[in-house]
Design a protein around this ligand. Structure first.
Ligand code: FAD
Length: 463
């Protein structure tokens, strides 16, 4: 029998859940406070430039099996452009390239890594030692590191200061949005084990060729086609708890009656929807305020002249970690600069931010020197992601209530911050949505991970 499932939040987690609820033959009712879909991974109309800009560059990787599946279900997979090479600035020389060869994983990057000039032989040997330790640790060894910081692992494997600054740190802070010293080691290890070492497809980088918001248009159609509803510009105000179950969601437009609720809002927002009685009835809701956040700063810069020769560029050792060359309009070059773990930048005004980013760009790109951008737009996201700090798993609740301590049987939790096993990513968001929808409908579920290559598995990276 078809049931109505209220889904609070129209970000990626909420949309992924809605799609799977609809596919299972139920009616999704998505309640989204904003007038657009996609949550943190979306676009906005910039009054200053008149352009539709992404609030920040969003990158996926080959190992993001659920996100790739989500895009395929939406029919937008072709909008993702894949890159198997990453470019690392090393001025005054041309950027170093890291690209896979025909060698089986985990040796696929060895050739290009050995050719990289930004690290000395000593640094490279240190990185190789760290990678070997990660391979031999396997997944079980990684789990044992949970609760400790990744800097301890780097120290234990004798990493050099240059290897840390130019290689490990840019990867960790970009993927986990906190530096190694504040990053739960198991999450940083996951990035290297699953994203770099286990096979050659997983490290490939996917970038949307269209504004992010456009990727979600088909979700709108799918929800309506399933007889569901999309209540945009509607805020959930409370989850209605009758002492046993959730009977509906009170919004600023009225009450949405439903037989189950999937929440996909961030933890601080969820806390506002729950009464004290509800929170006492379900242990998953007890520690919502304790989930820490970490900021990201994105800066759009427009130049009259081409400044980048590569589609993207890592800036090792600089405060600005990545530059992306975006499709420009009117012959302009559109560059997007990204600073993850951007606590130190949040209090700065836009002029100072742009000055610092330009300084980093001029370091990496000779053509930027002496050039002023014709337009800029800095976007600060103070609560960009949950902080992937040691011990964070204790604060990440599961989609379903604990069978021992109990909880509300028809309340399912989603969102990138729930217990997905992933850092705060679009992949984590989709996983959480798929898991919540499966728990709610009894159908569907998470898509399997990319299997490790044979040699990688034999050496220790077993699935
Ligand atoms: C600047 C930045 C850069 C990032 N870069 C990357 C990247 O490169 N790669 C990557 O994989 N991930 C990246 N992320 C992380 C990624 O954006 C998130 O992990 C993902 O979008 C989270 O989706 P979500 O659905 O869990 O949450 P959200 O996107 O936060 O969705 C929650 C939704 O709920 C809505 N909402 C909140 N309160 C209410 C309410 N009371 N009633 C109704 N609706 C409500 C919100 O408006 C929002 O639409 C980045 C994030 C940021 C901020």
């Amino acid at each position: 029998m078809s049931r109505s499932v209220a889904i609070v939040g129209g970000g990626i987690a909420g949309l992924a859940a809605a799609l799977r609820v609809a596919e299972a033959g139920h009616r999704p009712i998505v309640i989204e406070t904003r007038g657009k879909l996609g949550g943190r991974a979306t676009s906005f109309e910039d009054a200053r430039t008149g352009l539709v800009l992404d609030n920040c560059q969003h990158v996926l990787m080959g190992c993001c099996t659920n996100l790739i599946d989500f895009y395929a279900r939406l029919g937008v997979g072709e909008a993702i452009e894949w890159h198997d090479t990453t470019f690392w600035a090393n001025p005054p020389m041309d950027p170093d390239r890291m690209s896979p060869s025909w060698w089986p994983a985990p040796g696929h990057f060895s050739g290009s890594f050995l050719r990289m000039r930004m690290l000395s032989l000593r640094d490279k040997l240190a990185v190789a030692r760290g990678m070997w330790a990660l391979i031999r640790l396997g997944r079980d060894g990684r789990a044992a590191w949970s609760g400790r910081d990744f800097a301890a692992f780097l120290a234990q494997t004798g990493q050099t200061p240059a290897a840390i600054e130019r290689f490990w740190e840019p990867v960790v802070v970009s993927a986990c949005n906190v530096p190694s010293a504040s990053c739960d080691a198991a999450y940083a290890m996951k990035v290297f084990q699953d994203g770099f070492l286990q096979d050659a497809w997983s490290p490939c980088m996917g970038i949307s060729t269209v504004p992010l918001a456009r990727l979600y248009d088909p979700a709108r159609e799918a929800i309506l086609h399933a007889g569901g509803e999309l209540l945009e510009s509607t805020s959930a105000v409370a989850l209605n708890y009758d002492g046993r179950r959730i009977s509906g969601v009170t919004t600023d437009e009225g009450v949405v009656e439903c037989s189950a609720v999937i929440t996909s809002v961030p933890p601080d927002r969820l806390a506002k929807l729950c009464s004290d009685t509800l929170r006492k009835a379900d242990a998953r809701l007890a520690r919502l305020e304790e989930v820490p956040f970490s900021p990201i700063l994105g800066v759009h810069l427009f130049f009259d002249h081409p400044v980048m020769d590569t589609p993207h560029l890592v800036l090792p050792g600089r405060a600005t970690q990545w530059l992306f060359r975006k499709p420009g309009e009117d012959g302009r070059e559109h560059v997007h600069a990204v600073i993850s773990g951007a606590d130190a930048w949040m209090a700065l005004d836009e002029a100072t931010i742009v000055e610092r980013v330009l300084d980093d760009m001029a370091w990496a790109l000779p053509r930027v020197r002496g050039l002023a951008p014709v337009a800029v737009r800095a976007v600060k996201e103070k609560r960009a992601t949950f902080g992937c700090v040691p011990g964070i798993d204790r604060l990440r609740p599961k989609a379903v209530p604990d069978p021992i301590s109990g909880g509300i049987p028809n309340l399912f939790l989603a969102g990138d911050w729930t217990a997905t096993g992933w850092p705060a990513t679009m992949e984590g968001a989709v996983r959480s949505g798929y898991a919540a929808a499966a728990a709610c409908t009894g159908q569907g579920g998470i898509v399997a991970d990319v299997p490790p290559g044979r040699v990688a598995a034999w050496l220790g990276l077993r699935a």
